[in-house]
Design a protein around this ligand. Structure first.
Ligand code: SF4
Length: 242
């Protein structure tokens, strides 16, 4: 399923905080692909039409929900995300952005690459820092008009609230563990039904519902064991087996 369709239009020139920025790679860019191997970008409002127009399919995205832990490339550390982030997935269980062509060391959607990729200049990290936390694209920007589905996602967010899960883990009580187990069970059942009865492509689940609750809780537990400093950031397309 692709997101609800709106009229196609020419994408706007690149403006950051009202200032025009070159959308081409810097002359000093060696196109080594190092940035792309570190992971796909988070999307911003400026990227919405890339999804609506099908340049980036929603099956290529995943959602990090509010309260989850994620790697912040600007701060260079793990942070608890205050609002959800929609990102391009990695591929083959690696960080590498799935639009990166390793053979050609090039981006497969170079002419229409997302905002963060257009502003990123490895020798000038301030360019990314200026846009990183601004005008993030969320699932509501793409799905709030899809009747039925959006209500289902909202309900899942309420029942499987990551901030609530974090609080329950901190309690270390049997009742809290039972509630966590119920969250995980509900999440698993909903995913199973959406694919089995709803006919949804399994690849869509990490965008629509975020990463599986069992995985989210496991990563939070790991974080707790290391005093809030997880040994490494969770890869972008972690599976239940990771
Ligand atoms: S979209 Fe293109 S430029 Fe951006 S990280 Fe992926 S491969 Fe690299």
């Amino acid at each position: 399923m692709q997101a609800a369709v709106v009229a196609k239009s020419t994408r706007a020139p690149l403006l950051v905080n009202g200032t025009s920025m070159s959308s081409t790679a810097s002359p000093s860019c060696l196109r080594c692909g190092e940035c792309c191997r570190k992971g796909g970008p988070a999307l911003h409002s400026e990227d919405r039409l890339l999804v609506v127009d099908g340049v980036i399919h929603t099956r290529h995205l995943f959602t990090i929900r509010s309260g989850e832990t994620a790697w912040d490339p600007v701060r260079g550390g793990l942070v608890q995300v205050p609002e959800e982030i929609v990102k391009i997935k990695g591929c083959d269980g690696e960080w590498t952005c799935r639009f990166f062509d390793a053979g050609a060391s090039a981006c497969r959607i170079h002419a229409e690459r997302p905002l963060e990729c257009r502003v990123l200049e490895c020798r000038d990290p301030d360019r990314l820092a200026r846009v990183y936390g601004e005008r993030r694209l969320g699932r509501s920007d793409l799905l709030s008009g899809v009747e039925g589905l959006w209500e289902l996602i909202r309900d899942h967010d309420r029942r499987c609230d990551c901030n609530r899960a974090r609080g329950l883990l901190a309690q270390r009580r049997p009742e809290a563990e039972r509630e966590l187990s119920e969250m995980i069970r509900y999440d698993e059942e909903l995913r199973r039904l959406m694919v089995g009865r709803g006919g949804l492509e399994p690849e869509m689940l990490e965008f629509l519902l975020g990463r599986p609750m069992a995985l989210v809780v496991r990563l939070m537990r790991r974080e707790g064991e290391t005093g809030g400093q997880a040994a490494e950031a969770p890869p972008p397309a972690l599976t239940e087996d990771s």
